[in-house]
Design a protein. Structure first.
Length: 270
């Protein structure tokens, strides 16, 4: 099982859109996947079409991690039940309750809460995607503690690029103190406008700053993305050429992210 955090220091860069795009690619590839909605806004839960019933949300599971029984509390995405796939795409439901942990003073024991919760999923999923809040407070650091790798999402703009650089430094410091095996999986440039001189300049700047960590392909700005998310639909099963092109881009990005995991890579290529 590979656990990947999707992070950004700056809000509004489409972090949840990238999370759901990668989840859509994983579902299309037949990779059993769990999305952990750690953002108190719970947008990933909404976009994945989850209708909570009696399940505990992730915040309440974090409160008592040793008794969480995560497999009894995940909810299936409607992307599966609406005929998009016969695969597995489950969600650890987000809620505002997680906000009690989004503070900068969490100790080492608290940072292990999500690791403990996820301990019961090792035989059920091959990929776990954690949608982090747009901050470097407790929830993001809790996610990093539980993760193998971190994907950063950035728009090609001044403030987002600067925030990505600060986040890269924060990952290095976090590795030294808490998680020596944690590694950056790369940076995804999102909402790229092909005709923008500013975006072209910032992409060149990011290539100079981050080298091979800046992943390709980049994700272009897509006018109907909010419509896709509002309908709680997989991008791989949304009509139109724009959605089809986006689906192919997420397929390529997922393949790169999982390139060092032979079993997952082989499943994606079949």
């Amino acid at each position: 099982m590979q656990v990947v955090s999707i992070s950004s220091l700056k809000g509004g860069v489409g972090k949840t859109s990238v999370t759901t795009g990668l989840a859509s690619a994983a579902l299309a590839a037949g990779i059993p996947t769990l999305v952990v909605d750690l953002d108190p806004h719970a947008d990933a839960t909404t976009a994945l079409g989850v209708q909570p019933e009696s399940q505990l949300d992730i915040g309440r599971m974090l409160k008592n991690p040793r008794k969480a029984r995560i497999q009894e509390n995940v909810a299936g995405s409607s992307w599966v039940s609406n005929g998009s796939s016969n695969g597995t795409l489950d969600v650890a439901i987000g809620s505002a309750f997680t906000g009690i942990y989004d503070r900068p003073d969490l100790g080492r024991r608290d940072l292990r809460r999500l690791t403990t919760v996820l301990g019961g999923t090792t035989t059920n999923y091959e990929l776990v995607l954690i949608d982090c809040p747009p901050s470097l407070n407790g929830l993001t650091r809790m996610a990093w503690s539980a993760s193998d790798r971190v994907v950063l999402v950035a728009e090609p703009g001044l403030f987002s690029v600067a925030g990505t650089e600060r986040t890269m430094r924060a990952i290095q410091l976090f590795r030294q103190e808490f998680a020596p095996n944690l590694a950056p999986a790369g940076i995804i440039a999102n909402r790229v406008r092909s005709g923008s001189a500013e975006h072209a300049y910032r992409l060149a700047e990011m290539e100079s700053m981050f080298g091979e960590l800046l992943l390709s392909p980049h994700i272009p700005e897509q006018a109907n993305w909010q419509q896709i998310q509002g309908a709680a639909h997989s991008v791989h099963h949304w009509p139109g050429d724009s959605a089809k092109n986006s689906a192919k881009l997420f397929d390529a990005l997922l393949q790169k992210l999982l390139a060092h995991q032979p079993a997952l890579r082989d499943r994606r290529q079949r």
